[in-house]
Design a protein. Structure first.
Length: 230
C-alpha cells in the first residue's frame, strides 16, 4: 500500500507539473484541447506496465519499499504477465482507476470490487491480488533474509558469452530445480547425479556438449540468467 501511495503521489506531482507548464506557457486556448490532455495522460495510464517491464518488476514505489514482481516459480516475469496484471488492476482497484463520474454513478459496484481486490490479497495464500493470480505472479520483498543464491538468479560476470541458447526452452521451474540439483551435487560430491541430469537435459533439448556434466549444468544456469536479463 505504501508503494502504491508513493506511485500515486509521483503521478499526481507529474500531473500538477504538466498543468502548470501547459497553462503557463501555452495558454488556455491550447490547454483546453482534448488531445493535449490525452497525450499528457498516457504516461500516467502506462506507468505501471512500462516501469515494471523496464525495471524488472519494480516501480518507483516498489523500489523504495524493497519489493518486486516475479513469477510464481521465482523467475523474471514476462512482458505479457506484466501487462495482464496491469489490465486486471481495474478489477482490483476500480475506485482508483475509473473517472469520478463513473464512480458516483455506480458506488456500490466500485466499492464491492475494491474490497474484493483487497480481500483477495488478505485471504490468498501468497498474498496475491486478482491480477497476480491470473498472471501467475507474486510480489516479494527483495530485502528479505533469503539469499540471492536461493533463487533461480545467478550472477553472470561482465563479458560473459552464452553457449546454449536451447536453455530458454526450459521453464523457471526447471531452472529452479537445476540450481537445487547443482547445490546437492557439490554438497555430496555425487557426480553420478550430475551425469544423469545432464544426459537427460541433452536428450530433452536435442543438444550435445563436450563439457563435464557439472560444468555443463552450471553453464546452463548462467546462460539462462544471461538470456533473461538481456
Amino acid at each position: 500500500m505504501f508503494a502504491w501511495c508513493t506511485d500515486i503521489l509521483l503521478m499526481f506531482l507529474y500531473w500538477l507539473f504538466c498543468e502548470k507548464i501547459i497553462f503557463g506557457l501555452l495558454g488556455n486556448k491550447i490547454a483546453n484541447k482534448e488531445w493535449v490532455w490525452v497525450l499528457l495522460g498516457l504516461p500516467v495510464l502506462l506507468y505501471y506496465p512500462a516501469m515494471e517491464i523496464l525495471t524488472n518488476g519494480q516501480t518507483v514505489g516498489k523500489k523504495l519499499l524493497g519489493i518486486r514482481v516475479i513469477t510464481l516459480e521465482g523467475g523474471q516475469a514476462s512482458v505479457s504477465q506484466y501487462i495482464l496484471r496491469w489490465l486486471f488492476r481495474t478489477v482490483d482497484f476500480p475506485i482508483w482507476i475509473f473517472p469520478a463520474i463513473f464512480t458516483n454513478a455506480l458506488p456500490w459496484y466500485c466499492s464491492i470490487l475494491t474490497f474484493s481486490g483487497i480481500g483477495c490479497v488478505i485471504i490468498s495464500q501468497k498474498s496475491q491480488r486478482i491480477g497476480d493470480i491470473i498472471a501467475g505472479t507474486i510480489v516479494i520483498f527483495t530485502r528479505s533474509k533469503t539469499s540471492w543464491q536461493d533463487t533461480v538468479f545467478t550472477e553472470v560476470e561482465a563479458g560473459y558469452r552464452p553457449r546454449y541458447p536451447q536453455v530458454m526452452r526450459l521453464s523457471d521451474k526447471d531452472i529452479n530445480s537445476l540450481k537445487s540439483i547443482i547445490g546437492t551435487v557439490k554438497k555430496k560430491n555425487d557426480h553420478e547425479i550430475a551425469f544423469r541430469i545432464a544426459e537427460r537435459i541433452k536428450w530433452k533439448l536435442s543438444m550435445h556438449s563436450d563439457q563435464d556434466s557439472l560444468d555443463f549444468l552450471e553453464t546452463l544456469l548462467k546462460d539462462y540468467n544471461y538470456y533473461t536479463s538481456n
